[in-house]
Design a binder for this molecule. Structure first.
Ligand code: NA7
Length: 543
């Protein structure tokens, strides 16, 4: 870290995950001084912490990786279609070493407060070691799914056995061998972990609140030929992704579910089911996420698959996701997930029918029964998007905290800036496309855009950039419009903050697609950043 004589750095970056590493690389190459702080002992962020059995990405690794350096993408070879956590972490470590980025970060150091100093136009950033550091700009790479949800399970404190959460996994799978294991939560983390835990445990009891749609991940080893065919074309593939809807190559689908006969639909869903991933069943017709009747055809297709796979009809009915349409809540991609319920050592408890009342030293007690356990695994999710940002303890120009500014819901400009918090930027923030995209690609785009903006400010001799309230209102309207037309708007999920008690209901993403978003961002930059106040000099205030 290089600092000026005054000890002030140009930029403080939070986190050394996918965002922080690229940020440090991009900004230091452009000549900015940069000091990064990372709460963990090493690089990796989300991929450092989530080491639970089966953890892997469900965006294909050939896309879920950096595109900014051709030599990097040529020399790194992914072993599998969906690389496991350990391989993703090795990749991140490789990037840190290859571009010598660790030197930009102080590890084991958490940002716990940051106050805007309007007189000096600086952020005063407090660290958990008691120090305060000052910077012109403050940029969050704190992640979207990095603050675990509170362990809000009744009676958890009474439980005397082994307790572990997927998001802070600190045991080995062997520690569960021969044990009676209770798993609470059946989102992506639970779905990935349960089949592997079932292989070693004496018994697994899964406590399910809301059944979700789990499609086969169909993970495979990548052959040398597959890798080669990607690499010869990598730049063109990346370019296609940059202009796509979700940051992955799009399937050319043009018709609606009822444009074809029932037989044709069935045939198409069967073929899509073989593809899996986000280009699978949920992407087979254009209206599946906007028309509930169209969606029902796809949802019921998956319901039937579950009934086919799960041998015990009562268990199958509990697993059928009947409370929401396919895709409206984050879909899961599993390996032998439903098959696991055919094992004699696995049973399912529906918390909708029998909520947990309390725990004892060695059991979970529901309204209908007592389930003994030697270990409890919590896979209950995250305080998504706002949790990590509120954790930074930001105080804006007016003296209000970020959580006060967003008391009635998130309000951002492009998901990157927010009024009253000058010179503060969020990468992969709420109301950005991060939620509904290959996040690594969204991160690169936002980092580049922010780098260009602060360069622009520098050229103008400006020391302050801030979203205007009008520009922000416009962006909130745009994000809400993209959601209102979809089934996401009708379903409770972490996408909308509804997994956290008392959290205001705002959709955490922009759904217009990464290609359209990129075009808008580029256009805004070309027009001199309407919607952004630069050094108090007012450009156009509207988007
Ligand atoms: P998720 O997707 O938020 O899943 C959490 C699961 O835990 C879900 O089934 C919840 O049921 C359940 N849950 C949450 N709190 C409780 C309590 N108190 N009691 C019982 N069950 C509970 O988190 P994941 O970690 O699996 O995945 C997060 C994202 O990471 C994922 O979407 C991918 O983007 C990667 P609910 O549905 O709320 O009824």
């Amino acid at each position: 870290t290089s600092t000026s004589a005054s000890g002030i750095v140009d930029v403080i970056g939070v986190g050394a995950g996918f965002t922080g590493l690229y940020l440090s690389h991009r900004l230091t190459n452009a000549g900015w001084t940069f000091a990064g702080f990372e709460a963990g002992p090493s690089v990796g962020g989300t991929w450092f912490w989530n080491t639970y059995p089966g953890a892997r990405c469900d965006v294909e690794s050939i896309y879920y990786s950096y595109s900014f350096d051709e030599a990097l993408q040529q020399e790194w070879t992914w072993s599998q279609r969906f690389a496991p956590q350990a391989e993703i972490l090795s990749y991140i470590e490789h990037v840190a070493d290859r571009f010598d980025l660790r030197k930009h970060f102080t590890f084991d150091t958490r940002v716990v407060g940051a106050t805007w100093n309007a007189a000096d136009r600086l952020w005063e950033v407090r660290l958990d070691n008691g120090e305060t550091r000052r910077s012109r700009y403050l940029i969050s790479g704190a992640g979207g799914l990095s603050t675990p949800k509170d362990f809000d399970v009744p009676g958890l404190g009474n439980f005397a056995g082994l307790q572990v959460s997927t998001s802070r996994w600190n045991i080995s799978l062997d520690d569960l061998a021969g044990k009676r294991v209770a798993v609470i939560g059946t989102g992506s983390s639970g779905v990935q972990a349960i089949p592997l835990i079932a292989e070693v445990a004496e018994h697994v009891t899964v406590f399910q609140r809301t059944p979700n749609y789990v499609m086969p991940a169909r993970n495979t080893e990548l052959s040398p030929e597959q890798v080669e065919s990607i690499k010869v074309d990598y730049q063109a593939i990346r370019e296609e992704c940059r202009h796509s809807l979700g940051g992955i190559p799009e399937r050319p689908v043009a018709d609606k579910a009822f444009d074809v006969s029932a037989e044709e639909r069935q045939r198409r869903y069967e073929a899509a089911y073989e593809l899996s991933g986000f280009n699978g069943v949920g992407a087979e017709f254009t209206d599946l996420i906007t028309d509930v009747e169209a969606n029902r055809t796809a949802s019921e297709f998956i319901h039937d698959k579950i009934r086919e796979i799960v041998e015990d009809p009562a268990t199958a009915e509990l697993l059928v996701p009947k409370y929401h349409p396919l895709g409206a809540k984050r879909s899961c991609f599993g390996t032998d997930y439903y098959e696991t319920y055919n094992r004699p050592n696995v049973s399912l408890v529906s918390l909708r029918d029998e909520p947990i009342e309390t725990m004892t030293a060695n059991a979970i007690v529901t309204s209908k029964g007592t389930y003994e356990a030697d270990a409890v695994v919590l896979a209950i999710g995250f305080d998504a998007f706002t949790g990590p940002l509120y954790g930074l303890g930001l105080t804006g120009a007016s003296g209000a905290k970020l959580q006060e500014a967003w008391h009635d819901g998130v309000r951002t400009y492009l998901g990157i800036m927010t009024a009253d918090f000058p010179n503060f930027f969020m990468v992969a923030g709420p109301q950005s496309p991060a939620l509904a995209s290959n996040v690594v690609m969204s991160i690169e785009q936002s980092v580049d855009w922010i780098a260009d903006l602060i360069e622009h400010a520098l050229d103008a001799g400006a020391t302050l950039v801030e979203a205007t309230v009008e520009g922000q209102n416009d962006w909130v309207d745009i994000t809400e419009e993209t959601v209102a037309a979809t089934l996401y708007a009708t379903t409770d999920s972490w996408y909308r903050g509804s997994n956290i008690e008392g959290k205001p209901n705002t959709f955490m993403g922009y759904l217009g697609g990464v290609g359209k978003y990129r075009r808008m961002c580029t256009e805004i930059a070309k027009r001199g950043y309407p919607g952004v106040e630069i050094d108090g000099e007012t450009k156009s205030r509207r988007l």
